[in-house]
Design a protein around this ligand. Structure first.
Ligand SMILES: NC(=O)c1ccc[n+]([C@@H]2O[C@H](COP(=O)([O-])OP(=O)(O)OC[C@H]3O[C@@H](n4cnc5c(N)ncnc54)[C@H](O)[C@@H]3O)[C@@H](O)[C@H]2O)c1
Ligand SMILES: [Zn+2]
Length: 356
């Protein structure tokens, strides 16, 4: 039995633990200190693989897999099923799945009967290292991603590394984009381990190695959100690569995965930073090499017009008062937020990072 890593997270209304380890799901209630009934929310891919491992639950609500189902319509169907199963305020909503399930289930937990307890069991790498920590939940609207939501802190997060073994390799790679991002934001040691190939992992890598990678990447996010729980300052740095990435995702009609958009966005952020004189141009090549080693895209497909991507940036809510905000790099582990970037510079970067 591999040992368990516990990462305590403090937030404005309390504290909880993120547990990282193998085979946590069979002892879900015990690990997460759940005493009442459990309503498990999962998706059509993850449910058949892992729901039966979660011990005794009162009901399993299975939503169709995919970002296109991260909607208010899905939230409504979940409310219906919870009511039909007699779920009340004594119960705990447990999210078992990727970031989509976590965001939707968290929003349900924040709003159902004015809020009930919530536990995250992330099963994708992206959900483990990013989506499940920090308390942000929500759904997409036709106008854009994550436009409706709530802050809802979980009472526990269980990152069961064993579940990664069934994660498709492209989804694992997408999660690695966020791991690379975390290294760039605040952990140069993490970035360098990826760079020298120490942590060139796949979802089939030894559990112990995956566990260290996941725990290290979670700690970066934990440290940032603890400092700025409501995204008033430093937390915005977690959006490194996301202003570009979200816009590419949107212009592609969400055919580009979130993590893939982030990978392209990290390259664009480095290009823009170098163009504006904040960092050395070699940083872009270093980031490209790390992403390519993880089989992630480093160029924006030529079919998406720079002007269309630029326009899409304005429908992303992460802009302060009508102005775009960019996270720029000075070096690995040294990033900052600015709202002061000219359209011509952004368009030049978009053109430069497009594939030929
Ligand atoms: N709340 C936050 O702070 C936050 C942060 C980052 C991202 N997000 C959100 O997270 C979402 C992306 O998360 P994601 O990449 O996990 O997407 P996802 O939930 O769509 O999961 C990706 C795919 O992998 C499948 N899957 C997940 N775990 C599996 C497993 N163990 N075995 C087999 N299949 C598995 C899913 O069914 C899905 O098809 C986006 O909606 C994004 O907005 C939220
Ligand atoms: Zn992200």
């Amino acid at each position: 039995m591999l040992d368990l890593t516990q990462l305590p997270v403090t937030h404005p209304t309390g504290q909880y633990a993120v547990l990282v380890g193998a085979d946590l799901l069979p002892n879900l209630a015990e690990h997460a200190h759940i005493r009442g009934p459990i309503a498990l929310i999962t998706d059509s891919n993850v449910g058949p693989l892992h729901a039966s491992r979660c011990g005794e639950v009162v009901c399993v609500v299975t939503i169709p897999a995919g970002e296109q189902h991260k909607t208010l319509a899905t939230v409504q169907t979940i409310y219906d099923e919870l009511l039909a199963a007699g779920i009340d305020r004594e119960a705990t909503v447990v999210a078992l799945g990727g970031g989509v399930v976590g965001d939707v289930a968290g929003f349900v937990a924040a709003t159902y009967m004015r809020g009930i307890d919530f536990v995250q069991c992330p099963t994708s790498l992206l959900a483990m290292v990013d989506a499940s920590v920090g308390g942000k939940t929500g759904v997409d609207l036709p106008q854009g991603k994550n436009l409706v939501g709530a802050f809802k802190q979980p009472t526990a997060v269980l990152a069961d590394i064993t579940t990664l073994q069934t994660l498709p390799s492209a989804e694992f790679a997408a999660g690695m984009a966020e791991v690379v991002k975390h290294g760039l934001i605040n952990n140069s040691d993490l970035f360098e381990r990826l760079e020298i190939g120490d942590w060139r992992l796949t979802n089939q890598s030894p559990i112990g190695n995956l566990k260290s990678l996941v725990a290290t990447a979670i700690a970066v996010k934990r440290d940032v959100v603890q400092e700025d729980p409501f995204e008033q300052g430093r937390r915005a740095t977690l959006n490194l690569g996301h202003t570009f990435g979200h816009a590419v995702e949107q212009v592609s009609g969400y055919r580009v995965r979130h993590g893939e958009g982030v990978a392209m966005g990290l390259v664009a952020a480095a290009h823009l930073s170098a163009q504006l004189g904040y960092c050395d141009a070699v940083l872009q090549s270093r980031i490209e090499a790390v992403l390519q080693a993880q089989h992630l895209p480093t160029h924006i497909p030529a079919e998406f017009e720079p002007k269309a991507i630029y326009q899409a940036m304005f429908s992303d809510k992460k802009k302060a008062s009508g102005k775009l905000r960019f996270i720029l790099l000075r070096d690995v582990g040294d990033v900052f937020v600015t709202g002061d970037v000219a359209e011509t510079a952004v368009l030049a970067t978009l053109t430069a990072v497009q594939s030929a």
